[in-house]
Design a protein around this ligand. Structure first.
Ligand SMILES: Nc1ncnc2c1ncn2[C@@H]1O[C@H](COP(=O)(O)OP(=O)(O)OP(=O)(O)O)[C@@H](O)[C@H]1O
Ligand SMILES: [Mg+2]
Length: 149
């Protein structure tokens, strides 16, 4: 999962947003840790569940890593007034709050319910809005496939 995150991180630019969907322990933070590596962020990425949002400085772009698990409404998330313009924003449990930060984002859904093996995950990507063209999504999926093959 971390390696998939790295592949995605290499393709992201300031202003991009990623919504991570998946049950407790799916691998959202693990994915983000790899994504940070792809963004060339230095330092450790740990779960922001209790601080809600943490900014990691990078040479190329900052990573704004959020966790909306404890956020009860989109308004509450908007009230955080996060500065997302110059950063790549990744939101765990972000499904109901993404529209507060962008009109377009990539959704990465991680599922482990159907797996027989503890370590197996099923990953689905979906572009919301116009940031991700079908061609870009195809290229991303092809890059993911190279990682797992
Ligand atoms: N293929 C895998 N990818 C990611 N994590 C895996 C995988 N297989 C097993 N794991 C384990 O599952 C756990 C995933 O934890 P992680 O904190 O990344 O999940 P999370 O989705 O962020 O959880 P939370 O909902 O609590 O934020 C880790 O303990 C990790 O070692
Ligand atoms: Mg997490």
């Amino acid at each position: 999962m971390a390696e998939l995150g790295t592949v995605l991180g290499q393709q992201l630019a300031p202003g991009d947003a990623v919504c991570l969907v998946g049950p407790l322990g799916a691998g959202k933070t693990t994915f983000t840790r790899g994504l940070a590596r792809g963004l060339e962020i230095r330092g450790e990425v740990t779960s922001p569940t209790f601080v809600i949002a943490r900014r990691h400085r990078g040479l190329r772009v900052d990573l704004l890593h959020c966790d909306a698990y404890r956020i009860s409404s989109p308004d509450e998330f908007a009230d955080l007034d996060l500065d997302t313009d110059e950063a790549v924003t990744v939101v765990e449990w972000g499904q109901s709050v993404m529209a507060e930060i962008s009109d377009s984002w990539l959704e990465v859904a991680i599922d482990r319910s159907s797996s027989h093996d503890e370590g197996t995950r099923q990953v689905t990507v979906c572009g919301r809005g116009d940031r991700w063209t079908a061609t870009q999504l195809d290229l991303l999926i092809a890059a993911f496939r190279r990682v797992i093959s």
